[in-house]
Design a binder for this molecule. Structure first.
Ligand code: PDD
Length: 285
């Protein structure tokens, strides 16, 4: 199947996407009341699915949604197979759990309702190496999210607005800035290189604790590069020699200009290149 998107999972069933229906009273439709994960698979093997599951559990617990994700790995496998992606070089599975369907009240439904489960699989197409080598641009956008950005909820309006600002500016990514600090992207984490050191915002409640971020931090340490998990003032970021984003649908994406100003002095830098090489070997090995 070319698109890999045709068969979706909804509440225990695999079915054609056109036949998948949810209620207008679904809590995610009315309130954004749900959590999700996006997990990569390389050559049909999920990458760090256990970490994605752990983050999903954390979100479910924080939102007090009563769902045990024990069957989630099986659902992921079924979605890949049903969409002919079991040997695709790269694919992603989206999986969402909402609080379920109930008449609209701000508080939780007084009588427990089953959660809504929805998932789909999609091919991931990596940019050509030549495109990657040229790097991308980013713009800075004020971060307007709530104080639990570490929860992967489907309440994504501030992220949507930030990414739309990037699109309107004709660039790939948005850098979310709060109180003068450069936190992360609209759907990815941000790393900066200062001289011989790599820095990224700490895994606080102000950013999503990316699984790719975690993997890239391991790679940085394996390369013997000193790493600092600390807040990065935007002013300091402007003096970085290299910048890149990380994420499931970003992998490692180098940024060569921010708000129209060049990062460093020579396009994509050596640290980002070395980490991308290690990343590709790590996910495919
Ligand atoms: N986004 N930060 C934010 C705000 C994100 O939404 C994401 C992921 C990340 C990177 O996390 P990870 O490395 O675990 O993918 C960081 C997903 C891909 C999305 O919303 O589609």
């Amino acid at each position: 199947m070319a698109s890999g998107e045709a068969t979706v999972f909804l509440n225990g069933e695999l079915l054609p996407r056109e036949q998948a229906r949810i209620s207008v009273e679904d809590r995610a439709f009315l309130f954004g009341d749900g959590v999700y994960e996006v997990t990569p698979a390389y050559g049909g093997r999920f990458f760090r699915l256990d970490r994605h599951l752990e983050r999903l559990r954390k979100g479910l617990s924080a939102l007090e949604i009563d769902y045990d994700p024990a069957h989630v790995p099986d659902i992921h496998e079924r979605l890949l197979r049903a969409n002919g992606l079991e040997s695709a070089p790269a694919a992603v599975v989206y999986f969402q759990v909402t609080r379920g369907v109930a008449p609209r009240t701000h508080h939780f439904p007084p009588e427990p309702v089953p959660p809504t489960l929805y998932g789909y699989a999609k091919e991931y197409v990596r940019p050509e190496r030549e495109r990657w080598d040229a790097g991308w641009e980013a713009v800075t956008v004020q971060d307007q999210r709530w104080s639990r950005a570490d929860l992967k909820t489907v309440c994504l309006l501030p992220n949507v607005l930030a990414q739309e600002a990037a699109r309107k500016a004709g660039v790939a990514d948005a850098i979310l800035v709060r109180d003068g600090l450069a936190l992360e992207g609209a759907h990815n984490n941000l790393f900066a290189v200062f001289g011989d050191r790599v820095a990224t915002h700490p895994a606080s409640n102000q950013i999503l604790h990316g699984i790719t971020r975690e993997f890239v931090l391991e790679l940085v340490r394996e390369e013997g590069i000193p790493v600092e998990e600390r807040p990065i003032p935007l002013e300091e970021l402007q003096g970085a020699s290299e910048l890149f984003f990380t994420g499931t649908t970003t992998e490692i994406r180098p940024t060569v200009k921010v708000d129209g100003r060049p990062v460093g002095d020579s396009g994509v830098g050596p640290v980002t290149r070395a980490l991308y090489q290690a990343f590709l070997e790590g996910v495919e090995g």
